[in-house]
Design a binder for this molecule. Structure first.
Ligand SMILES: Cc1cc2nc3c(=O)[nH]c(=O)nc-3n(C[C@H](O)[C@H](O)[C@H](O)COP(=O)(O)OP(=O)(O)OC[C@H]3O[C@@H](n4cnc5c(N)ncnc54)[C@H](O)[C@@H]3O)c2cc1C
Length: 293
């Protein structure tokens, strides 16, 4: 039996006021697919659980000319079902389909995924290549943090115990572009990534490359990005990019994979992800949603 209070605020103002009053004695609950198993497994039990699911203003996708705002209450199922996400943010769509199983995706949120901040978080790399922005509110005001600065360590982010993530803003890419997301798992089904890579290439041949589960936090690989800048994909370019990735990542050995296997597969995944993104931009690539490893 756990002993904690439970509140389900009806609006953000009430949630922020509870957060201000209870601070580090409170925890935020969204889908609960990370938080509840962690509490069940002996993790810290808060004095107050603030359930955000009843807050209407956190739900929904809001489109502006520059970006889509993914509300903190938006689930993976919402993302997968959205035509806007499928057509304009295919990397997010492709990665969302690989999270867990239908039952989990029906309640699990993209915001909860990045706030939980495990190094393998499915949404991290696709948001990093999009230069997404995280909207954070507190009763003292709002702030916006680039996702590149959001993760500070395993299970750690810039969000303080008085704040709530309200949305993630993801800019549109102008003109033609291609994306890809490659997840390495032990099997097909409910398993978190052994390693993952997301790539975005646009019509100026600017490449953005991000990896997850290869170090303490998900990260962009600027050394590989600048090598590829302005160039068409070729075997020589892929070989150079692969070396840059290998030098930049620092995977560990754990129950999911050895460091050596991760390093080896990250090189293969680099080739597949860059090639698929470029081919998708050209209209000749594998359909979005095709598993590449
Ligand atoms: C069987 C199973 C399979 C899974 N498979 C995968 C997988 O394939 N890939 C993957 O990446 N993950 C996987 N997960 C983990 C989990 O489902 C995801 O990380 C999910 O996106 C978490 O979202 P949630 O809404 O359930 O978060 P919750 O569990 O509600 O919250 C997670 C953390 O974020 C905090 N938080 C939530 N919302 C906010 C907010 N708005 N502002 C600030 N902090 C907030 C919570 O306090 C908590 O610390 C799996 C989990 C299970 C149980």
């Amino acid at each position: 039996m756990y002993d904690f209070d439970y509140r389900k605020p009806v609006d953000l103002e009430e949630a922020l006021s509870l957060r201000r009053r209870f601070g580090k004695s409170s925890r935020l609950l969204m889908g609960g697919t990370d938080l509840l198993p962690a509490m069940d497994g002996g993790g810290p039990v808060p004095e107050l659980l603030i359930d955000l699911k009843g807050i209407e203003e956190l739900g929904g996708l809001e489109e502006s000319p520059e970006a889509v705002e993914i509300g903190a209450g938006v689930t993976y199922t919402d993302l997968i079902r959205s035509t806007l996400i499928r057509k304009k943010f295919p990397g997010i769509w492709e990665s969302s389909r690989l999270v867990a199983s239908t039952g989990i995706r029906n309640v699990a949120t993209l915001a909860g995924n990045i706030c939980n901040a495990v190094p393998s978080a499915e949404s991290a790399a696709p948001l990093l290549v999009r230069d997404a922005l995280v909207r954070i509110a507190s009763s003292g005001g709002n702030r916006t943090v680039p996702v590149t600065e959001f993760f500070t360590g395993p299970r750690k982010t810039v969000v303080t115990d008085r704040e709530i993530v309200t949305a993630v803003s993801v800019p549109f890419v102008k003109g033609e572009f291609g994306e890809s997301y490659v997840k390495l798992g032990r099997y097909r089904g409910e398993d978190i990534a052994q390693a993952a890579v997301a790539v975005l290439v646009d019509s100026s041949l600017t490449y953005r490359i991000a990896y997850a589960a290869v170090g303490p936090v998900p990260l962009r690989i600027p050394e590989a990005e600048s090598l590829l800048q302005g160039r068409d994909v070729s075997p020589e370019l892929l070989a150079a990019g692969r070396e840059a990735v290998t030098a930049a990542i620092s995977p560990i050995s754990d129950i999911r994979a050895s460091k050596e296997y991760r390093l080896h597969m990250c090189r293969i995944m680099f080739d597949k992800a860059v090639t698929a993104a470029a081919a998708r931009m050209a209209g000749t690539g594998p359909e979005y949603g095709t598993r590449l490893v």
